[in-house]
Design a protein around this ligand. Sequence first.
Ligand code: SF4
Length: 377
Amino acid sequence: MSIRIHGRCPSARHPMDSGDGLVVRLRPQANRLTPDQARAIAAAALRHGNGLIDLPARANMQLRGVRAQTHAALIGALAPLGLIEPDSVVAPRNIIVTPFADAATYALAEALRRALVAAPGLPHKFGFMLDCGPAPVMRDSSADIRLERSVEGGLILRATGISQGAPVTLAQAPLAMCDLARWFVAAGGIREGRGRMAQLIAQGARPKGALAPTHAPAPGLARPRPGLVAQGALVGFEFGQLQGETLAELAALGPLRLTPWRMLLIEGLHAMPDLPGLITDPRDPRLRVFACTGAPGCLQGRADARALARRLAPNLGPETIVHVSGCAKGCALPARADLTLVATPEGFDLIGNGRAGDPPSRRALSPLDILQLPEFS
Ligand code: SF4
């Protein structure tokens, strides 16, 4: 059975219109870029877009401000480098591979990609996560089917929403992940083309047999911060956005791994790079402020979320996480934040320990009101 896609997210061939032009989303295989690929993306962003590149939470890349007249030329420039999914390919590529992957994990990612061609039709946002290092590092990132380590150290397959997982071997994992996707479909996980694993699990459905959850996963690690790791150097960017010129400079340093944390990992470095536009200090408060494009770059934006976020960042407590959203959709951070500010036509709503769509505790605050709140002053 070949795969079908229900609904669509923006992609390279089907970009999304935004306030600053087209948004072209690239999904590099295994969330990895060779230096040539990174250089080509940088050049395309500068030549065909406004030069800005987003690092979304799904460990992919978005080129902003692309002009409709040159979209075809952009596709033509990036397709020969394997960066554009052919129109005929209908298999989802929502596979997030841990940036700390080894060669076996990358081989597994390729095996999963091939196996998914024969998987059933899935919602377009349905995702698979290979988080199979010694301890999970991507627990707060969105996915439906996760491969992790158990407390005993073996691999387990875990449906998001269930705290335990089913034991699998490395060789079994790709087909077992497809089997769990089939179970999701058969159990009624898709309604009108949409659906996520956590919703199905919340309704009481549980996989059985070889997929039955029996093993506890290893405890997850905190979200990484910029610094040196075994695979190279992790660097951050304000609001997860970088300039094309910066990407070109990073490409000169080595292959790049995309992360779900608004950071890039530059492979093989033993010292932190010193380039403009990078966040390399793990204590930088901008790492704890999430803000979407907002107005005017996003058509739904009710305010310039990033302008306010820049004013708030220097005043934050050492561990406080803040999310400033241009509307209730909350694109920049699907997870909870200590403080969330959502722009509305009347001003900003404030939500404590919640998400952008949650009920606010204060309404219609001006930026000046916010700067005078004890949490932000
Ligand atoms: S949260 Fe709203 S304003 Fe912000 S990027 Fe998403 S849709 Fe646009």
